[in-house]
Design a protein around this ligand. Structure first.
Ligand code: HSE
Length: 351
């Protein structure tokens, strides 16, 4: 069937910047959900994809199957680019409505995603991102830039993969005062602790297994030193408290000192050890904690979990897959659909 012929009238045009696990996951999800989206009356067309070395454009809608194949076969999605800045070329030469920023996270500088997002907002594009980096040091600037330009910036995929939490705080819990958030925000650490307790595996062995599952960061010290959890905690806290906390505000202890013996002793007494992130308005802490084995935070394996303590709704707990390309793409797709619907309402003058 001809995907391009089916697209008529005014589609919602998106670019995908970054075509690694998350960008490719989104392409796969858009393909597998094509009929569902059509039934929902949602007409999304991908008009540009950039990876770190190449660029593919198609104003009529890119054939996503071919794009995925090209990436698999050659390691690049399209024509090589001399500038090394596919995002800029897309913004300058491709008409579209929304940019998906899915380049790898750089926790220290937030780049290149920070520049991509600010440029996209300055040139009138809505943005959906899975990239934690930009939010860790520049949360307020990003939110303010989107607001000033009357555009939407959604970032559900930055925390907890498929686990709904950012939009839960911003939308479902709107009007609540968030008193405290606590959670297991890193699947790699949780998997390591689970395996160490169950099998008395040593830490290195359990880490190797987590790496084989493909959930660990490229540099796994980001996971086990608590850096990834701290990044997610900053994003949650800034979302809940409309603060501008940064990574440096988090007191961090990782799991590298936890021994199988410590876990065994905890288990004998009905407890286990979990790496818990905890945020209040003025305190951000990531540290291993003893948790009763019957407590929801004693979640097992690669799952994430978060409990939000509020004044009106009391306690809300969510859990789900915190990593994985399809799971992360699910969060991105839901953000795209949300913006699409708002965009349609605006076009109809109803907003
Ligand atoms: N390395 C991360 C984790 C991936 O283990 O949770 C998702 O950010």
């Amino acid at each position: 069937m001809n995907e391009i012929e089916e697209l008529s009238g005014l589609s919602f045009r998106i670019s995908i910047i970054g075509f690694g696990a998350v960008g490719q996951g989104l392409a796969k999800v858009l393909l597998s959900k094509r009929e569902t989206l059509q039934r929902m009356g949602i007409d999304i067309r991908v008009v540009a994809i950039a990876d770190s070395v190449s660029l593919l454009k198609g104003s009529e809608g890119i054939d996503l199957e071919k794009a995925l194949q090209a990436k698999e076969v050659s390691g690049r999605v399209g024509e090589e680019i001399d500038t090394g800045d596919g995002a800029r070329e897309v913004l300058e030469s491709v008409e579209h409505d929304l940019m998906v920023e899915a380049t790898p996270t750089d926790i220290r500088s937030g780049e290149p995603a920070l520049t991509h997002i600010l440029r996209a907002l300055a040139s009138g594009k809505h943005v959906v991102t899975s990239n934690k980096g930009p939010f860790i040091h520049n949360h307020a600037t990003l939110i303010e830039t989107a607001r000033k330009n009357d555009l939407m910036l959604r970032y559900e995929a930055t925390v907890g993969g498929a686990m709904p939490i950012i939009n839960l705080i911003q939308e479902n819990l709107a009007g609540n005062t968030i008193e405290r958030i606590e959670g297991v925000l890193n699947g790699t650490c949780n998997y390591i602790l689970t395996r160490m307790a169950d099998e008395r595996l040593d830490y290195q062995h359990a880490l190797l297994e987590a790496q084989e599952l493909g959930i660990a960061e490229a540099d796994p010290s980001y996971d086990v030193m608590g850096i990834d959890s701290a990044s997610k905690l900053v994003i949650l806290a800034n979302t809940a408290y409309e603060n501008d906390a940064t990574f440096d505000d988090v007191k961090i202890t990782g799991i590298t000192e936890i021994t199988p013996e410590a876990l065994e002793l905890a288990e004998k007494n009905g407890y286990t050890i979990r790496l818990i992130g905890e945020a209040t308005r003025d305190r951000l802490v990531v540290a291993p904690k003893l948790v009763s084995k019957r407590h929801p935070l004693a979640i097992r394996g690669t799952l994430n979990i978060a409990t939000i303590h509020t004044d009106l709704s009391k306690t809300i707990t969510v859990s789900g897959a915190g990593a994985g390309s399809i799971e992360t793409a699910s969060a991105i797709l839901s953000d795209i659909i949300h913006i699409y619907k708002r965009h349609e309402i605006k076009k109809g003058g109803g907003d």
